[in-house]
Write a protein that binds this ligand. Structure first.
Ligand code: ADP
Ligand code: MG
Length: 355
């Protein structure tokens, strides 16, 4: 049976430095929950506190209402998968997966049954008698996954499990993990610095920076409604433009001057000062004919990418921005040097406090 996990005001200190700085979050039973953030933001430290490999300096972690701060790692009923596969090189695939069950003193018939089930779940039943040296990186990581779930843990913890695989395999393994997680309906906490992987795999994502959670939401909300400029810049590609607040009529709307040139009225979702910033994704911009009141510029580079063209555009103020034009009927690739106006869809612009 899967646990829910409650993390309340958790802190981890190394000397004066807080690697995890007051994190609170509830993870639901059966959820695939991701900790996403740049290297050094505290993901592994937090995961290791959940696993019991790091002590908890402040706050509490509970599994199903039971505080586990003082319960040792081996009694937390956790399955773990690491970046480096950490399977035993001198044991066959079967023996690797059986190891945790033997340690728990299960009978050999029960062990055989559960190992076969776990190997089938990750689609490596045919490799049961191989040695790790005879397996590819992806197959070794499937063994590590089977070994983590065969003990029927209450939570599955994964720390950058795909980082050592090549790009194509990394994408294939996302669906292996997602299907495994779904079929077992197991509460899973997944750590990655790869924003695309997080979007692809997660039910919810906590975006972390400097030991704190910056935003906690579903993948689509994180992408479409970033809570601040950091999240907008870390997830996907965003252009940032200076925005001066001209008028703020109500809590609902603000008139802003973008890049010193273009006036727009934007919804005001959070308070900002007079000097603010807007973020807008390349696909939320359009190119048109230059005009007096528009943000005009010049194509610097056009990159044809099949179903869209990516343009680097130098605005008249010198700032360079990215625009993606998607195929409608046929795409005309604009030439470098062509003069254009960059137009916005106001609903897809986000106004943030200036940094
Ligand atoms: P992430 O997994 O997000 O890359 P970590 O959790 O590994 O980040 O590390 C968070 C911060 O804590 C980093 O600044 C790292 O240098 C620091 N840190 C991690 N482990 C230790 C340790 N044992 N001693 C001192 N500092 C540490
Ligand atoms: Mg890490």
């Amino acid at each position: 049976m899967s646990y829910d996990v409650n993390i309340a005001r958790v802190v981890k200190k190394y000397g004066q430095f807080k690697a995890v700085d007051g994190v609170s979050v509830g993870i639901k039973k059966g959820e695939l929950f991701t900790l996403l953030g740049p290297s050094g933001c505290g993901k592994t430290t937090l995961l290791r506190m959940i696993a019991g490999f790091n002590s908890i300096d402040e706050g509490e972690i509970s599994f199903d209402q039971t505080v586990i701060n003082d319960i040792p790692a081996h009694k937390r009923n956790i399955g773990m998968v690491f970046q480096n596969y950490a399977i035993f090189p001198h044991m066959s695939v079967f023996e690797n997966v059986a190891y945790g069950l033997k340690a728990r003193k299960l009978g050999s018939a029960e062990i055989a049954k559960r190992v076969e089930e776990a190997l089938d779940l990750v689609q490596i039943g045919n490799f049961r008698d191989r040695q790790p040296a005879q397996l590819s990186g992806g197959q070794q990581q499937r063994v590590a996954l089977a070994r983590a779930v065969v003990i029927h843990p209450g939570i599955l913890l994964m720390d950058e499990p795909l980082s050592n695989l090549d790009a194509k395999l990394r994408i294939q393994m996302r669906s292996v993990i997602k299907k495994l997680q779904r079929s077992l309906n197991i509460t899973t906490i997944y750590v990655t610095h790869d924003q695309e992987e997080a979007l692809a795999i997660s039910d919810r994502i906590a975006v972390m920076r400097n030991g704190r959670i910056e935003q906690l939401d579903g993948p689509q909300q994180i992408y479409e409604q970033p809570a601040n400029a950091f999240v907008a810049g870390f997830i996907g590609t965003s252009n940032f433009l200076a925005a001066t607040l001209l008028r703020q009529d109500s809590a609902q709307g603000a008139e802003v001057l973008i890049a010193g040139k273009k006036k727009l009225v934007l919804p005001l979702k959070r308070p900002v000062g007079k000097e603010a910033v807007v973020s807008v994704r390349p696909e939320a911009l359009e190119l048109g004919e230059p005009a007096a009141d528009e943000l005009n510029g010049e194509i610097i580079l056009a990159t044809f990418l099949g179903d869209y063209i990516n343009y680097e555009v130098a605005l008249d103020n010198g700032q360079s921005i990215e625009v993606n034009e998607f195929a409608k009927e046929t795409l005309r690739v604009r030439e470098a040097g062509e003069k254009v106006a960059v137009r916005f869809q106001p609903a897809k612009i986000h106004l943030f406090e200036g940094t």
